[in-house]
Design a protein around this ligand. Structure first.
Ligand SMILES: Cc1cc2nc3c(=O)[nH]c(=O)nc-3n(C[C@H](O)[C@H](O)[C@H](O)COP(=O)(O)O)c2cc1C
Length: 129
């Protein structure tokens, strides 16, 4: 017999994506995003709260990277999801991780994460959906 479990995260597990951007001064910000997936073979879609520092950076730089974290960096990955670059400008520096500039887009590539997608910003949907 089927059970009504109400509205929930029905498609699970959700990925833990590390979204990396440059701040205005060239320092780095990284946030943790579970609400994201592939939109097509060469596009990702992320559901990001507009007030996050990351969103401001993406709109300003028109670029971001999305890395897949590994279990060796679970502490840093969690940290990126609970501290905001809005209140902690040196958020990334405090993580102890390292990065280099992407050769493809205006965004950082985190060296310690094994897989990185270098992304051009297309658009922010805001209240359109
Ligand atoms: C496991 C986890 C998943 C998260 N997923 C999302 C998400 O999909 N979208 C979002 O807007 N915030 C998400 N957050 C919250 C942001 O990562 C968090 O608010 C972060 O501090 C924003 O950083 P920023 O202001 O430096 O961009 C998540 C946090 C955690 C711990």
């Amino acid at each position: 017999m089927r059970k009504d479990i109400k509205t929930t995260e029905a498609i699970f597990p959700m990925p833990v994506l590390m979204v990396a951007t440059y701040n205005e001064d060239g320092s780095i910000d990284v946030m943790n995003a579970a609400w994201g997936t592939m939109l097509s073979r060469n596009q990702v879609i992320l559901n990001l709260t507009e007030t996050h520092k990351t969103v401001k950076n993406v709109k300003a730089r028109k670029a971001f990277t999305v890395s897949i974290a590994d279990t060796a960096h679970i502490t840093e990955a969690d940290y990126f999801g609970v501290v905001s670059g809005n209140s902690t400008p040196d958020k990334f520096a405090k993580s102890g991780l390292t990065a280099e500039k992407s050769g493809k887009v205006d965004a950082p590539v985190i060296n310690e994460f094994p897989l990185c997608m270098e992304c051009e910003f297309i658009r922010y949907l805001g209240g359109e959906y």
